[in-house]
Design a protein around this ligand. Structure first.
Ligand code: SF4
Length: 380
């Protein structure tokens, strides 16, 4: 099925588009979600696989899945952890598709990376497809500025886009090192093409690097800017966003301050610029966890990030008041695709010697994505 924009649009869990982060079917015979023995089945399968198995759990995963993770973290920390376990034959990645791709890129050839549900994609990563980015680069060439532009992609992008950045002298960044990556990029060239999250790009450029909002140009792949606009811009921000963090508004901040006097507002830099401007603290997922761990007992916090994590933080720090920034529920629906039935199915299949839902990145893409990732690791 194709939309007017040419982007495929599949119902989650049905049909297949190998070039998309979403809409890939899961053909397995899943156990029923109502099966009361699921926890025990997962525990037994894990025990049977022993050191051959390493389970990674992203912070935004459900509690029912996180309880089986050998390590929890953000996407880059998890990929590094996978690479540090060469003895693990199977890496079961409880996260989303681009994260499993990064793990496959960074782990050895003998290691198999498994995503329990292939429909666990990322809507932000899907907002920058390889063909769209190639077309954008041609537009920059026609405008006569491609030689001066350094592409930087957020970790939350497909392996294709990371490889594109590797081939064109660019790098990858996380929400923790975006400032350093942009500083590096501006040393290599005059302009930056920032993919795919316009908010992280804008927040970093304006709040941490002293660029003005006028220096930032949004690149809409469906209606590209003029050559003149591209020549004027310092940073070209791909028109992508996180559908979870993009829901928070400036009104959410005003409202929570009215409801909870003395509250500290702590948000992720994937939030919109006007939300970040109104917050007290801004930082990556790891920063948010650290900030709450260090906060004094009795302090009050409203946190603008994914709800599974915010709920868990409330349980981890019962001596502090931890609230969700918005009044409406805000889970990441694709992260939530990984549930206990999918995890049990993936683990029990491995026990039977059947590798299901393996994520593999081809050799050329792996090579160039690794070039971009290695540039990030070498950042000062
Ligand atoms: S929280 Fe946002 S960026 Fe993260 S996986 Fe979900 S849609 Fe993608």
């Amino acid at each position: 099925m194709a939309t007017q924009t040419g982007l495929p649009l599949f119902v989650l869990g049905q049909d297949t588009d190998p070039h998309s982060e979403k809409g890939v079917d899961c053909p397995g015979e899943l156990p029923a979600a109502s099966d009361p023995g699921l926890v025990e089945r997962a525990r037994k399968a894990k025990e049977a696989l022993g050191d051959r198995l390493f389970v990674l759990g992203h912070h935004y995963q459900r509690d029912e899945v996180i309880q089986f993770a050998d390590v929890t973290g953000d996407s880059f920390k998890l990929a590094q952890q996978a690479a540090a376990r060469p003895e693990a034959e199977y890496i079961v990645f409880c996260g989303v598709h681009f994260m499993a791709e990064s793990a496959d890129i960074l782990t050895g050839d003998a290691q198999k990376v498994i995503l329990p549900d292939l429909a666990a994609g990322c809507s932000m990563a899907d907002m920058a497809t390889f063909d769209q980015v190639e077309e954008a680069w041609e537009i920059l060439e026609d405008a006569g500025i491609a030689d001066t532009v350094v592409p930087v992609t957020y970790m939350n992008s497909s392996a294709d886009i990371k490889a594109f950045c590797g081939r064109h002298g660019g790098t990858v960044c996380t929400s923790s090192n975006a400032k350093r990556a942009l500083e590096w990029a501006f040393e290599q060239g005059e302009k930056v093409l920032f993919l795919p999250d316009q908010h992280l790009g804008r927040n970093t450029a304006v709040l941490e690097m002293g660029l003005s909002l006028e220096d930032c140009l949004v690149y809409n792949p469906h209606r590209p800017p003029s050559a003149e606009e591209l020549r004027r811009a310092k940073i070209i921000l791909w028109k992508g966003h996180c559908s979870v963090h993009g829901r928070f508004t400036a009104d959410s901040v005003d409202d929570v301050r009215r409801r909870i006097p003395g509250v500290n507002v702590l948000v992720h830099p994937e939030c919109k610029h006007e939300v970040v401007l109104k917050a007290d603290h801004v930082g990556s997922t790891e920063y948010i966890i650290k900030k709450l761990a260090e906060a004094p007992a009795g302090s009050k916090w409203a946190v603008g990030t994914e709800l599974n994590l915010v709920k868990r933080l409330g349980q981890m720090f019962p001596d502090k008041s931890v609230s969700f920034l918005d009044k409406t529920v805000c889970y990441c629906s694709t992260m939530n695709r990984i549930d206990l039935p999918h995890l049990v199915w993936a683990l029990e299949s491995l026990v039977l010697g059947e590798v299901v839902n393996q994520i593999t990145v081809d050799a050329d893409t792996t090579h160039w994505a690794k070039v971009a990732l290695d540039r990030m690791l070498a950042l000062p």
